[in-house]
Each structure stands twice: as C-alpha cells, then as structure tokens.
Design a protein around this ligand. Structure first.
Ligand SMILES: Nc1ncnc2c1ncn2[C@@H]1O[C@H](COP(=O)(O)OP(=O)(O)OP(=O)(O)O)[C@@H](O)[C@H]1O
Ligand SMILES: [Mg+2]
Length: 315
C-alpha cells in the first residue's frame, strides 16, 4: 500500500496512527529533502520484498517510525513488535526473546510465545541490535534462517515467520571487527540497508518538519497556528540538531507554548542564535538554492567540524 497523499507527495500518512503507542506520536513521515526523498524510494522498493532490513541512524532520526512504515507497507498480517535489545534481562534474555514452556524455569507457571512468537506473521523491530548478547545473535540468525524457534523447555521447535527490521546507531561492521557483533548476522542484514541521515545533513526537512509538528501540537492543544518568523527559520535551519527530529519536535513544542502570539520568533526557540551570515554560509545557501544536496551536505559537515574545533581549542 502506498501511503502518500496525492495532495502532498512528501508526506507518508499512517492511516491508523491513533492505534500506535503514545511514544510514537507521529501521524506521518515528513520526507522533503532530496536525501530523504531518495531514501523514500529505497524504502518503497524494499518494504514489500521478503528481506530483513537494517536501519542505521543517530538517535532521534526516526528509525522506529520508519520501521513502522515498512511494516505497514509490507502488508504482513501479523503484529509490529518493537523491542529495545538493551532491555532484555541478562539472565532470561533467551526465554524472553524465543519464549518458554510452562515450568521451563523458576517463575514460569505458564508458557509464553516470547517477543519473536508475538511477532509471528509480522515484523520484529530490534532497536540497537548491537546490544543483543553475542550468543543470542547467533541463535536469532538460526531461527530466522530455519523458520523454527526452540522455546526453553520445549521438546519440539515452533514454526515462526518473522520479518526482522533492526536498527543501530553504531557501525555494525566496526562491531564485527572488534568481535562484538556476529559477522553472519551482519551479512544477513546487509541486503536491506537503509541509512537515515542526521537532520543537519537534510536541512530541507527542517522547516517542513517544524511546520508539521506545529500543526500537530496546535491541533492537540487547540491553539491558533502561528507562523515562524524568517529569523527563527534561519536559526532552525542552522542548528546542529544533535538530538535530531526528536529535538526539533521538542523545540517546536516549547516555542509554541511560550510564543503566545501569532508568530514564533528566534528568541522563543531556546537555541543559540547564529552570528550574521558569513561568506561561507552565503555560498552554502546558494548551493542549497541550486539543490546541490551532496556537495551541500559535505560542506556543512566540514563547516560543522571546523566550528567544533574553534569551540574546543579556539583554532
Ligand atoms: N520524518 C519524520 N516525520 C515526522 N515525525 C518524525 C520523523 N522522524 C522522526 N519523527 C518523530 O521524531 C521522534 C523520534 O523518532 P523515533 O523514535 O522513530 O527515532 P529513533 O531513531 O527510533 O530514536 P532512538 O534512536 O532514540 O530510538 C518521534 O516522535 C517521531 O514521531
Ligand atoms: Mg527508537
């Protein structure tokens, strides 16, 4: 199913967003920057294929939202089950993941399907997959490849049909090199690799996202929709966004609450206000206007690192 609206092709709408857990508040994925539009094409291509997917991206870039979109687009009939690998219990991780039969261990009066069993027929989203203990990584790969899981205490395997969508904020191949990640699982995940760029590298998404969040929050709080002043727009576009889209959402929410007027000004954003445009920034602006996304992204990254160096050692 294609979720974009004919009216606005940069919005992927989640039709049943109200059924999503509260932590996932978005009703749509905003993809406007050329880099995310390209990503969107890749997502549409991969979503319906029977391949596992690895989403790589910094914190707050929207990995889980993207995973939910992939699940919906795949039209798999089962559930979308999200699990943060670091939340598995150190002692009972295997049973939590693959399930157990009644009496398999102390405190197991009845059998449980486990996270994998709950996602049967659907999608298992494993957040920060590099945090999965090494032994479980190998076991998980075995289950996904054979389509059979052994529940703790069971005398026969249970058939499972699960599509894995994994997320990571670190480079898995580096983790493989340092012996912390199973090389075979990394290969298994490499067929469907999606890179979600940090927000500072897709500046074209910043204002559309800000307006999208404004729309959501004004509706929810029954407030009139303010505009964003030009100066505030510049501040938003030049901020580094270490917390990515989640940070932008919080900044917009805060600005809406404090602006108390028709317009959000730079002072309402609670972000450092950049000095007047330098010649380099003018050049960046021109590249942005010309739509040269790749060159723009690498120049911005260079500028960001130079600014960091100046901040640290005054070089
Ligand atoms: N493209 C987008 N359009 C609309 N909302 C978005 C988009 N990307 C992210 N968000 C919103 O930003 C917040 C963070 O997204 P999400 O939880 O998916 O990020 P994440 O990469 O999984 O973060 P973490 O690494 O911390 O787990 C959520 O509220 C989500 O709804
Ligand atoms: Mg997440």
């Amino acid at each position: 199913m294609s979720l974009s609206t004919a009216a606005d092709p940069s919005l992927l709408i989640f039709p049943d967003a109200d059924k999503s857990p509260l932590s996932i508040r978005a009703k749509a994925l905003v993809f406007v920057d050329p880099r995310t539009r390209q990503l969107r094409e890749e997502v549409e291509r991969l979503a319906g294929l029977p391949v596992p997917i690895l989403i790589e991206g910094e914190t707050g870039t929207g990995k889980e939202l993207l995973a939910r979109h992939i699940h919906r687009s795949s039209e798999r009939p089962g559930l979308f089950v999200a699990l943060s690998c670091s939340s598995l219990s150190p002692n009972h991780g295997e049973a939590e993941l693959f399930g157990y039969t009644a009496g398999a261990h102390q405190g197991a009066p009845s059998s449980r399907a486990g996270w994998l069993g709950s996602a049967n027929g659907g999608t298992l989203y494993l957040d920060e997959i590099a945090d999965l203990p090494l032994a479980l990584q190998g076991q998980l790969l075995g289950v996904l490849e054979t389509g059979e899981a052994w529940r703790a205490g069971a005398s026969a395997p249970t058939p499972v049909d699960v599509r894995l969508v994994a997320a990571t904020s670190i480079d898995l191949w580096r983790a493989v090199e340092s012996g912390k990640f199973d090389e075979r699982l990394a290969h298994y995940l490499s067929d469907g690799h999606l890179q979600l760029p940090p927000l500072r590298e897709r500046v074209g998404d910043v204002l559309p996202l800000a307006e999208y969040f404004l729309g959501i929050y004004t509706q929810r709080l029954r407030l009139p929709l303010p505009t964003i002043s030009l100066a505030a727009q510049k501040v938003l576009e030049r901020h580094d966004w270490p917390g990515n889209t989640r940070e932008l959402e919080n900044v917009v929410h805060f600005a809406l609450l404090v602006c108390g007027a028709e317009q959000i000004e730079a002072r309402h954003l609670n972000l450092p206000v950049a000095p007047p445009l330098t010649r380099i920034e003018h050049a960046l602006q021109q590249l942005a206007d010309e739509g040269d996304a790749q060159q723009l992204a690498s120049l911005r990254e260079l500028l960001r690192r130079a600014e960091q160096r100046i901040a640290v050692c005054g070089a």
